[in-house]
Design a protein around this ligand. Structure first.
Ligand SMILES: [Zn+2]
Ligand SMILES: [Zn+2]
Length: 405
């Protein structure tokens, strides 16, 4: 069995991994470079038999719907099947639909043709057996993949963490299904973000609850698909009797409806009757009752903030976007936040990472008892070598062949 990382050995996102055996070739993730990342020196990624030439690939398996893992899906040649979790697929279809309607981009039709993972149910491609298991991540319905072939076991974690909604279940899942791994391909985002304090989503919810009680008008800036964080805000709003307002008419409600329809946990039970779509007609109601407004750095949210000066602005995204010294600095987001502050709002940063902390990565290496560990999705993969992990840590370069022995 051979492993090749086309992209992602020394960067966060843009991930594409290949597993090749005597009779099969599968690709894990088809990620686009993160928009804010300065990887402009790279040429567009082309892979023979996958994005160009004659199709020569059994399947493309997408771990989750973040653009840095699925963004290049449209470039996969027709006739090569793509796979994704079924709930993730529905959410991603809504996202692609919105892109199509708004910007005439996106391809919901191709997404609707994705095949679906079923947790724990193995898929077979030539002599390769792939078993998907749910992981905890800031994308809902995300997967890690256990690949078994030619007497070897490879675990590709995808993006994961252990401090979100399903975090507490993760050690047991690794313990039960992912022991004695020959090669662990693990995400290593946090290896270069050591200064970040990682709180649990539950702690985030407790802090949101407190802030909601102390502040009548609250805007929370958060990704529309970060379901765990949205659920914490929603549940805190219900508990503190604050109307929960979303900035779009249908888009966010549709995503939350998919989640509610496909889960049994009361934590994800978003009641449509209790979610208001923002409009000027709500101003009086909002002024009287207060609110938690789930917004984005967009025009509608900006107008709403202007209508309610002296609000609390909860910035629930990664802090790097607002850091002018960071390569991922996002001028648009920064200008947005600054204009809200000028307008009289007060800002707090309340966010937790979608990625495994260093302690969590160490824990996975230990539980899986991995003989060889290949870090990906990291700007500083070599830092994994200084953590006292017992496996053999291999730092690959993009496009380098690695033979599993
Ligand atoms: Zn990622
Ligand atoms: Zn991700």
């Amino acid at each position: 069995m051979q492993i090749k990382i086309y992209r992602g050995t020394h960067q966060i996102g843009g991930c594409v991994t290949e597993i090749r055996t005597a009779t099969a070739r599968i690709i894990i993730d088809m990620g686009e470079n993160l928009p804010s990342a300065d990887y402009s020196f790279q040429r567009q990624l082309e892979i023979d038999g996958v994005t160009k030439g004659m199709p020569d690939c059994n399947a493309v398996l997408i771990t989750h719907y973040h653009g840095d893992h699925v963004g290049m899906f449209e470039r996969v040649l027709p006739n090569i099947p793509l796979y994704m979790g079924s709930v993730a697929k529905q959410i991603y279809s809504v996202v692609q639909n919105a892109l199509k309607n708004k910007l005439n981009k996106g391809n919901p039709e191709k997404v609707n043709n994705f095949k679906e993972f079923i947790v724990g149910k193995s898929l077979y491609f030539g002599n390769v057996k792939v078993t998907p298991y749910t992981v905890d991540h800031s994308a809902f319905d995300a997967y890690m993949l256990l690949i078994e072939a030619e007497g070897k076991r490879v675990l590709h974690t995808g993006d994961f963490r252990m401090h979100g909604g399903r975090g507490s279940k993760m050690p047991a899942i690794f313990e039960k299904y992912c022991k004695n791994i020959d090669v662990l391909i693990t995400e290593g985002t946090m290896l270069s973000r050591t200064g970040e304090k990682v709180i649990t989503e539950h702690e985030l919810g407790l802090q949101a609850d407190k802030l909601f009680r102390e502040n009548k008008y609250v805007f929370a800036l958060c990704s529309s698909t970060n379901i765990d964080t949205i659920a914490e805000f929603y549940n805190a709003a219900i508990k503190t009797k604050k109307p929960f307002i979303v900035c779009e008419k249908e888009f966010q409600k549709e995503i939350l409806k998919i989640v509610t329809q496909n889960t049994t946990s009361p934590f994800y039970n978003f009641d449509r009757q209790k979610i208001y779509s923002y409009g000027h007609n709500l101003h009086e109601f909002m002024a009287e009752h207060g609110f938690c407004f789930l917004g984005r750095t967009n025009y509608i949210t900006q107008k709403a903030i202007e209508a309610f000066p002296n609000s609390l602005l909860i910035y629930s995204m990664w802090s790097g976007y607002l850091d002018s010294n960071h390569p991922a600095f996002d001028e648009y987001k920064s200008t947005f936040v600054n204009s809200a502050l000028t307008n009289g709002s007060r800002m707090v940063h309340l966010h937790t990472s979608g990625h495994a902390s260093i302690e969590e990565i160490k824990q996975v290496c230990k539980i899986t008892n991995a003989r060889t560990i290949i870090p990906i999705h990291s700007e500083r993969p070599e830092k994994l070598k200084n953590l006292g992990i017992s496996g053999n840590i291999v730092i690959l370069q993009d496009n380098q062949d690695f033979i599993v022995e």
